[in-house]
Ligand binder design. Structure first.
Ligand code: BEZ
Ligand code: FE
Length: 300
């Protein structure tokens, strides 16, 4: 509850602190850094004043950030996770969208991309032994005018049906990730496993924050894509499984309607597009990728 009893004199004292801090950045040699620091000071001071932050609350916030620091190492980045659950990662993605309504929308990168992944041929298997129901994904890569993009590099990665990425198994396995190229007509296709929901890491301070606010750690089922082609804007996105129970409560706010795709289920005796024999049910998803032009370099 904010305190309605802030006198005009108290207001002046508080504004004087903010003004003094703002003035300390006047000599910053970088105009951009100055802009960032001034906005950070204005908004953070406004937050403290709006909520009438108590000293124990300030100390609790510092203790929380300290815990985030202690749990962070080369493999675990609690600050990015914090940014994710506060929607700051998604807001940054949204602010930086290329802005062409014809282009495929972006979403969060997430922590589980790996530079090294197996190269697969068109129609190859990105599951690489990950457990789960086989899933055939196909589509095209075009530019915003509909011209096919040949040779685009398509990286895909996903969790297995235990809800774990390969790196989380901690045994050096490389599964659920691969890269391939679009063909001369801009087409691509690969096998993977049908995405299933999984929790973001929630055994640390960010998990405690979610629990304290009655929020869950689950991500809506998804498959990650990163698509690169010369002269075009790199696309980082996911496709989401239509009908997923976490569609409206994704822990990191990554779901966009345009990225929700039908994963149609097929019986084991239905022959898949590449004729591969299967003894289980399988799913199929179509995802056409449209890349925006690369942003023009501009100098400040
Ligand atoms: C993921 O999609 O893998 C992810 C994204 C944000 C935080 C944690 C996981
Ligand atoms: Fe993910």
């Amino acid at each position: 509850m904010s305190d309605p009893q802030v006198t005009p004199e108290q207001e002046r004292h508080e504004q004087a602190v903010t003004d003094q801090v703002l003035a300390s950045f006047e000599q910053s040699p970088s105009p951009r850094l100055r802009e960032l620091m001034e906005a950070l000071v204005r908004h953070s001071h406004a937050f403290v004043r709006e909520v009438r932050l108590t000293e124990p609350e300030w100390a609790a916030g510092i203790a929380f950030l300290t815990r985030c620091g202690h749990i962070t190492d080369d493999r675990r980045q609690e600050f990015i996770l914090l940014s994710d659950v506060l929607g700051l990662s998604m807001q940054t993605v949204t602010v930086n969208e290329p802005g062409d309504p014809r282009a495929t929308e972006s979403t969060v990168f997430g922590p589980f991309f790996a530079e090294e992944s197996p190269a697969i041929e068109p129609g190859g298997d990105a599951a690489q032994g990950a457990s789960g129901q086989p899933c055939w994904v196909s589509g095209t890569v075009t530019d915003v005018d509909g011209t096919p993009v040949a040779g685009a590099r398509i990286d895909v990665w996903e969790a297995d049906d235990d809800g774990l990425y390969d790196v989380q198994h901690g045994d050096g396995r490389v599964t659920g990730r691969a890269h391939l190229r679009s063909d001369d007509h801009g087409r691509y296709a690969f096998w993977c496993v049908t995405p299933t929901p999984y929790p973001i890491p929630h055994d640390g301070p960010v998990g405690d924050l979610l629990a304290a606010n009655g929020r869950g750690p689950m991500r809506a089922s998804h498959l990650h894509f990163m698509v690169d082609a010369p002269g075009l804007h790199r696309l980082v996105t996911h496709i989401f499984v239509r009908g997923d129970e976490h569609q409206d409560s994704d822990a990191v706010f990554g779901v966009k309607d345009s990225l929700v795709v039908d994963f149609t289920e097929h019986a084991a005796d239905e022959t898949p597009p590449d004729g591969r024999p299967l003894d289980t049910t399988w799913t199929r998803a179509e995802f056409d990728i449209v890349l925006a032009p690369a942003a023009k370099e501009h100098t400040a």
